[in-house]
Write a protein that binds this ligand. Structure first.
Ligand SMILES: [Fe+2]
Length: 265
């Protein structure tokens, strides 16, 4: 029955939404809880600030559920302005270090499920402007003023934000050009996390390798051929590394790896 198919699809979509936004683990059980949007500067366990090249830094941190890891990327434009993608709160000493890199000017909230630190970053850097993919602007604007979507964000010939084709404005890419090549920063559309089992393993499958997770195929890919074509066009030999908001970077033949990942999506 068409109605039953719709209902099953809706259940799957709700489950997928939960995986992105509000599932957590408590007492060995997976429960549903809204992802917290921090009101006060809250530093969770995280790794060091990794300097990748002359205008690019990466930090891997955790969420309130330490099983969920996330990555902040910081890129510096030629005029010294910093673009902070998926901001993660760090200790004052490390924030001072970031301010030595340049001036925090652009706060990128890479989709509506990545708002946790958006307000506290805006509070800390009120002169910085917030940008989000077009389909996420409304949800992000619920918690912090948004200056525009990715097409309106500041850019130069080394740092720019792009909407991903085939995703209807739900996801984008930060592209950074450096002396050692191009870096592409993806958010939820590609993961590279260790093997997971259970419900998370099912929703994020395939895990244990770089891949487009099942939940992203359901929620983000609106036109797969257009998405694949766009990623293939970006995956040039000049790509030096791919940063992902969840999981390890792609550094070995990153362009070819990207092509394989989207071909398998
Ligand atoms: Fe995510």
């Amino acid at each position: 029955m068409p109605g039953e198919r719709t209902s099953a699809l809706e259940k799957a979509r709700r489950c997928a939404l939960a995986a992105f936004d509000c599932l957590t683990r408590e007492g060995g059980r997976i429960i549903r809880r809204m992802a917290r949007v921090f009101e006060k500067w809250t530093v969770l366990p995280h790794g060091p600030i990794e300097k990748l090249t002359e205008n690019l830094w990466r930090v891997e941190g955790t969420m309130p559920d330490p099983n969920i890891r996330r990555v902040m990327t910081i890129a510096r434009m030629k005029d010294g302005r910093l673009v902070i993608h998926n901001g993660v709160a760090l200790e004052d000493r490390l924030m001072s270090e970031i301010e030595q890199f340049g001036t925090p000017a652009v706060i990128v909230v890479p989709n509506g499920f990545h708002r946790q630190d958006a307000k506290i970053y805006k509070d800390r850097y009120p002169a910085a402007a917030v940008y989000a993919p077009s389909a996420a602007v409304k949800k992000v604007a619920e918690i912090v003023p948004v200056s525009g979507d990715y097409t309106q964000a500041p850019k130069d010939d080394t740092v720019q934000l792009l909407h991903l084709e085939g995703c209807k404005g739900t996801e984008g890419v930060l592209e950074v050009k450096s002396q050692d090549g191009t870096t592409l920063v993806f958010n939820d559309v590609i993961f590279n996390i260790p093997k997971r089992r259970g419900l998370f393993g099912f929703l994020l499958a395939p895990t244990g390798k770089p891949a487009v997770p099942r939940v992203s195929r359901w929620m983000l890919l609106k036109n797969k051929p257009a998405f694949v074509d766009h990623v293939n066009r970006m995956a040039t030999p000049d790509v030096r590394r791919v940063i992902l908001s969840h999981g390890s970077m792609l550094t070995e033949q990153p362009g070819e790896t990207l092509k394989r990942v989207v071909a398998e999506a």
